[in-house]
Design a protein around this ligand. Structure first.
Ligand SMILES: [Zn+2]
Length: 331
């Protein structure tokens, strides 16, 4: 009888654990959720080369045609980028949409502006703000769901529920192929497919200036590689794609920053450190700290947060987009 009872207890514990593991993503979102936008941080001096646009946005010129538009009072400290050519401009990311970034952009350029999200999370797509032109990475799993130029985001693509944002729809006016070169008039940006954080993440590469706008793929601080759509295999592909494209000097501008004041800027050495760490994590040679998510130190400025070893996802969603495979979607 005693044996029977202990077996039943063991079975119940195992069942609870299985449910916990299976539902970990929903539990994680529950712990992250605040159901409404968080209160703004107190304004802080951002340094002499940064000007406040209003009481929310900051503007910093990287050069006379490249601007970082910061949100230092938002707890995630987002950075969006305005990249200007001679005939048109790109806005790369638009924050959560709690303030309309178009009013900042209008003071910096008169040219037609195309919005490109680095990925589809709620804190980058500028919810409910519609640009004249929006361009999106042409990936089969996105294009197949787009009806009349409108793409309804899935719950995990958007994650808006953690700050009380409802379901989102993106208006797609133009599709960008991976490795496509965007001509802004005398200035060229290559669309690099850099998944990992999400399967829809891209970076924009200005080869002539040596700038890489990396979105959430890489920035100073903790990288989120444990979210529902994250994949470490994709992350490795993204790092190898940047390394293949960005020889020599590279200024990497990320979409968030840590506590340090200033631009969230890193270099090619951080991309290579990330790649090497991913290879070590995959082989089992890297040590993690913490329980969930676990944390791997990449270097003195970057930390990678992932699922523990036995739950890690090393699947690659679009292997044909790896530079060694040619970098094209297989039709
Ligand atoms: Zn983000």
């Amino acid at each position: 009888m005693k044996l029977k009872v202990s077996l039943l207890i063991l079975l119940a514990i195992a069942l609870c654990l299985a449910v916990l593991i299976d539902q970990r993503v929903n539990l994680l979102l529950l712990t992250m959720a605040s159901s409404e936008p968080p209160a703004l941080l107190e304004p802080q001096d951002q340094g002499s080369d940064v000007s406040w646009f209003d009481d929310y946005y900051t503007v910093q010129a990287i050069d006379e045609k490249t601007f970082a538009i910061g949100e230092p009072r938002y707890f995630q400290k987002n950075f969006n980028y305005l990249i200007v050519g001679e005939s048109r401009a790109i806005v790369f990311d638009a924050g959560t949409g709690q303030r309309d970034i178009r009013s900042v952009v209008q003071t910096l350029t008169d040219l037609p502006v195309t919005f490109i999200p680095s990925h589809l999370h709620y804190d980058h797509i500028g919810s409910d703000i519609f640009f004249d032109q929006t361009a999106l990475i042409n990936l089969p799993h996105l294009k197949a769901r787009t009806i009349d130029n409108a793409l309804a985001l899935t719950r995990f693509e958007h994650l808006g529920e953690v700050e009380g944002f409802g379901p989102a729809v993106i208006q797609v006016d133009q599709w960008l192929s991976p490795n496509e070169v965007i001509d802004l008039g005398g200035r060229f940006l290559t669309v690099l497919y850099t998944p990992g954080h999400t399967p829809d993440s891209i970076s924009l590469f200005d080869a002539e200036a040596g700038y890489l706008f990396a979105g959430d793929f890489l920035y100073p601080g903790p990288l989120y590689a444990f979210l529902p759509n994250s994949s470490l295999g994709d992350y490795l592909q993204g790092a190898e794609t940047i390394q293949a494209a960005g020889q020599g000097q590279l200024r990497v501008f990320g979409a968030h920053r840590d506590e340090a004041i200033g631009l969230p800027e890193l270099g090619l050495d951080h991309v290579i450190a990330l790649k090497n760490s991913l290879l070590e994590i995959r082989s089992g040679a890297a040590d993690a700290t913490g329980i969930y998510p676990v944390s791997y130190d990449i270097d003195d400025r970057v930390v990678l947060l992932s699922e523990p070893k036995w739950l890690q996802n090393w699947e690659v969603m679009y292997p044909s987009l790896h530079p060694k495979a040619g970098g094209h979607i297989n039709k």
